[in-house]
Design a protein around this ligand. Structure first.
Ligand SMILES: [Zn+2]
Length: 279
């Protein structure tokens, strides 16, 4: 599932490709994708508009349109946005559920094998209050996120830290891969209660959240299975993972075997040597 670094990478790739282009028409091949609007309403709001800019909030990609509307795109599990330059072969297949055609003959496809992805169109003035966006916690790479804020937030919640990092209302954009990597870097066991973290641990956690996510963006995201950027190119951060997907392998730091535990239905990877409980 694309997390913050993957969506940020898609945003940066597509920025160069589609900003400034006029959407000539849209084909909606999977109607539930544009709910709550129907296809007709969706087309009226989008067709003929110019893409004025791209943004990101948590794991959502935001596409700003000249008609004072914003598309909130969620890729969920397997969604891909693929830009096809004009003159290139059209790659529409059974997993293509929405196609943007631009004035210059280029296209943007939304492909999604599992069909959980969505594109919601909302008026720009309602963006911050719409259900997807309003509930999100702070942006971990944004200016408002600080160690002091993190400390305050942690001490008001009583949850295991791994589960809290996955909670999008706590901090936006972190999923299973980066949460495991962040906790390893911070040296914190995934089951540690948020309220019991010491000042030193909060300091390490803050540095790890910002550091790991920035590294993820720098390496253009993590491709385990499905993720590709807007040009169809895989990320590289999978080569730098220290614990995620490394069960039974030796920790690069201490040599102990990486273990997993189930936490809230998700698998947490950690090193029993570097992330000891109660420390
Ligand atoms: Zn270790």
């Amino acid at each position: 599932m694309p997390e913050l670094p993957e969506v940020e990478t898609i945003k940066r790739t597509l920025e160069e490709r589609i900003v400034g282009k006029r959407i000539k028409c849209i084909q909606v091949l999977l109607e539930k994708m544009v709910l709550p609007l129907n296809v007709e309403q969706f087309k009226i709001r989008v067709e003929g508009s110019i893409i004025t800019g791209l943004g990101r909030r948590g794991k959502y990609l935001l596409v700003h349109l000249s008609f004072a509307s914003v598309l909130i795109i969620s890729l969920r599990m397997t969604g891909r946005l693929i830009f096809v330059p004009s003159g290139k072969d059209i790659l529409v297949n059974k997993h293509t559920h929405l196609v943007f055609e631009f004035d210059d003959g280029s296209f943007l496809y939304f492909n999604d094998v599992r069909k959980f992805g969505t594109i919601h169109c909302v008026p720009v003035e309602k963006l911050d209050n719409c259900p997807e966006i309003a509930k999100l916690g702070p942006e971990p790479l944004g200016p408002e996120f600080s160690e002091t804020l993190l400390k305050e937030m942690l001490h008001t919640r009583r949850k295991k830290i791994k589960q809290l990092l996955l909670d999008q209302t706590f901090i936006a954009g972190i999923g299973n891969i980066y949460a495991d990597e962040i906790l390893f870097q911070a040296g914190i066991h995934p089951e540690t209660l948020s309220k019991s973290l010491t000042s030193r641990q909060v300091h390490s956690l803050f540095r790890a959240i910002v550091g790991v996510l920035n590294e993820g963006v720098k390496h253009r995201g993590t491709t385990i299975k499905d993720y590709v950027d807007g040009d169809g190119i895989t990320g590289n951060y999978q080569d730098y993972l220290k614990v995620y997907g490394r069960k039974g392998k030796k920790c690069y730091n201490c040599g102990k075997q990486i273990e997993t535990i189930k936490l809230g239905g998700r698998t947490a990877h950690f090193c029993p040597g570097c992330q000891r409980e109660g420390i």
